[in-house]
Ligand binder design. Structure first.
Ligand SMILES: [Zn+2]
Length: 277
């Protein structure tokens, strides 16, 4: 079953990400995500279904519009591949954590967690690219993530008959939101300009609601370290002939930190504790 479901997960992720490309492009422009149907932005030729197969069509058309040969950004195919890989990684992770013959409630819980994490990685993809393009994080990503996290915590509490899950979720939400609010408040005072937007504060609240307070700390540390390294590298590179780089907002780094927590959380905490031994 696992190999078949793995292929299905990748395919579904790539298809969903193909739709996320539409969301990333249209939502910030205030356009409808259902109509009009996909068309080439250059020549307006409608994109037929066989030209819209994720990853495959872009490669077959060599990244060009079938009608006018205008180049199509490789970002579309990268987002589709990213969606496929992340959906696959979520499924493999949950499958690996499921014992060979799980009881009904565990199987149900793990199935639901696959769908919850698929929704969350989809929201992170949309949030990261819209934040990169427009320096804003839509509410449906951040507030949506918070609601998803608390509902999921309540569901786990009900199925496992333990209040731990929902309390961990609410504590994570409060901790993530509160911590980033403080960073934002004192950062703005120290630098006399807005250190980060409220969207980042809400996004960290969502990370906490989904994964708890420890995840918030790990995500904060990782996103700050990676963000600083990339930021300094870009400042240095922009002084060379390679030219200017757009400043990357904080949202995508929070998402990267959260992904690292999701897939390597226990290892990262173990490494950190090991440093003090
Ligand atoms: Zn065209």
């Amino acid at each position: 079953m696992v190999p078949i479901l793995s292929v299905f997960s990748f395919g579904l992720g790539a298809c969903i990400a193909s739709f996320l490309n539409v969301v990333i492009w249209r939502v910030p422009r205030g356009e409808s995500i259902v109509s009009p149907p996909s068309h080439c932005p250059k020549c307006n030729a409608p994109i037929r279904w066989w030209q819209n197969v994720p990853i495959v069509s872009w490669l077959a058309l060599r990244g060009k519009c079938a009608s006018c040969r205008a180049p199509i950004s490789p970002r579309y195919v990268l987002v589709e591949a990213l969606g496929g890989c992340l959906f696959l990684a979520v499924f493999r992770m949950v499958a690996a954590a499921t014992p060979p013959s799980p009881d009904v409630s565990l199987l149900l819980a793990h199935t639901v967690s696959v769908f919850v994490l698929w929704i969350w990685v989809s929201l992170m993809i949309v949030g990261s690219f819209i934040d990169y393009d427009y320096k804003l994080l839509p509410d449906f990503v951040t507030v949506g993530g918070m609601v998803l996290g608390v509902v999921y915590g309540a569901f786990q509490s009900a199925i496992f008959h333990s209040m731990f899950y929902v309390l961990n979720s609410v504590a994570g939400l409060a901790f993530g939101f509160g911590l980033l609010w403080l960073v934002r408040f004192f950062g703005s005072k120290a630098f006399r300009r807005e250190a980060m937007g409220m969207g980042d504060v809400f996004l960290m609240g969502a990370v906490g609601a989904l994964f708890g307070p420890v995840a918030v700390l790990v995500t904060l540390i990782l996103s700050s370290v990676v963000g600083s390294v990339v930021g300094v590298a870009m400042i240095l590179l922009s002084k060379t002939r390679l030219g200017n780089f757009a400043e990357i907002p904080y949202g995508p780094y929070i998402c990267l930190g959260c992904l690292a927590w999701m897939f390597y959380g226990p290892e990262l905490v173990g490494m950190y504790i090991g440093m003090f031994k």
